[in-house]
Structures are given as C-alpha cells and as structure tokens.
Design a binder for this molecule. Structure first.
Ligand SMILES: [Cu+2]
Length: 246
C-alpha cells in the first residue's frame, strides 16, 4: 500500500476535552512552592541557631526514648505491615496478539488497514503484553496535537520492542498507526512495515483499574482528505474495547 497523507487533526478523538496523556510530565506548581518555603530566615543569629539545635537534640532524644519504651511495653512490632498506600500484587501474565492487515475493503475506499482481535478482556493487576504484527507499509504521519502519540507511554519499561529493538518513540513521519488507550494512559506507536514484510511491535503494561476502555488508532490512516474516513470511521477497524475485570 502506498503512503497515505495527513492534513490536520480535526478528526474524531483528537479535539474533544483535556486528554490525560497531555497532562503527563506536567510540572506541579505546588512542588515549586514547596522548595521556596524552605528558605532560611535571613536574620537568625548564630547563638540562636545553636540554642535551637541543642533544644532540638534534647527533644529528639526524649521522643526516641518515649517511643522505644512505648513500643517495648506494648509488645507491638509490626515492621513488615504494609501501609495503606501499598500497591496490589501483580499476578499473572497474558499476551494479546493483534494484526494490522491491509486487505480490508470498505465501500468507496478501496483497501483499508484493519486491526484483528479488537476486543479482549484482561484482569486488573496482571501483566498484559500486546504484540502487534503489522503488514502495513504505508505511513500516516502524525501532525499537530497527534504528535505526542509518537512516544511510548505507560509500558512497564517506558519502551516498546520494534522488531526486537527497544525504542521510546517512532519518528512521526514513519508512524503508520498507534494503539492508544487514553483511559489507561497507554500508547504504542506502530511504524510502517518493510514492503512485502511485517513488523512486530511489543509492549507490556499493567492495568490497575477495572472498567471498559476504548482503544483507538490516533494516526490519520483512513480515507478522505484528513485520513479520518474509511477504517478510522469504522468500528473495529481502528478502534475497539478492552474490558478490565477484577
Ligand atoms: Cu491506524
């Protein structure tokens, strides 16, 4: 299949509402505020500092003593008890194999790329490896707000394997498709396959919440002037559902 063009990101899914992926890497203004509040007082005298240091030392010693005596008296030793923020244990490992074929035919559009195995169910807190074998040698370069989908997001290593090589992104001009699950903050860019061959792209993620999540391709790989028709506008061609159950 020859290279497809892309004009703008006016299509479905690229313009509505704040996208969780856009917030990744945002600087937290509170963090900056916290650093500023640790400035030392300008006029504190050396003597005052020493007195404070001594008093602090005495109080700390007292606190440690009380804590030790209290702990021994109650006989409670719970050093290994997990705190409330301990993350659930990761259990199990499944692999979902999807293919991107180019033999599909939609009325009026000719051959269109199509994902297979579009809907599947996995468990929360299990490793999910997605293996995408693409036979599509056409490109659908990312433009404008689509550009961020050239990066791998949410995988266990921060990378994906493209033909066995670990990469953190794919050049925008060589992107053919993406596998993007905004609700789970996960993204895999899929490069064009060598003509007449396939390319295998693999990444692993761990869903931590249950629910039904839509995945879709964010590259303008379909028909029409903006690439959002044909496959992109047809359910189960460049879009599907992932069910995460407990
Ligand atoms: Cu696509």
């Amino acid at each position: 299949m020859s290279a497809r063009r892309a004009t703008d990101a006016s299509g479905r899914g690229t313009t509505s509402g704040p996208d969780p992926l856009e917030r990744l890497g945002a600087v937290d203004p509170l963090e900056r505020l916290g650093r500023l509040s640790w400035r030392r007082p300008v006029r504190a005298s050396r003597n005052a500092g020493l007195v404070a240091l001594s008093l602090g030392g005495i109080l700390l010693g007292l606190a440690v003593t009380v804590a030790l005596v209290g702990g021994i008296a109650s006989g409670v030793v719970r050093a290994t008890r997990p705190g409330p923020s301990a993350s659930p244990k990761v259990q199990g490992h499944v692999t979902e194999v999807m293919r991107i074929l180019t033999t599909g035919n939609l009325p009026g559009t000719g051959n269109q790329p199509q994902y297979t195995n579009t809907d599947w169910t996995v468990h929360a807190n299990e490793r999910v490896t997605i293996k995408i074998i693409s036979f599509d040698d056409g490109t659908a370069p990312l433009m404008g707000s689509q550009m961020m989908y050239d990066h791998v997001v949410g995988s266990t290593t921060g990378r994906e394997l493209v033909a066995g090589r670990a990469v953190a992104s794919v050049p925008d001009t060589n992107v053919a498709h993406t596998f993007t699950v905004v609700g789970l903050q996960f993204n895999m860019p899929i490069p064009a396959a060598p003509t007449g061959k396939s390319v295998t792209v693999e990444a692993t993620f761990i869903p931590t919440k249950t629910g039904t999540f839509t995945w879709q391709c964010y590259a303008p790989c379909g028909a029409g002037t903006n690439g959002m028709g044909g496959a992109m506008a047809t359910m189960k061609w460049m879009e599907g559902r992932i069910k995460v159950i407990a």
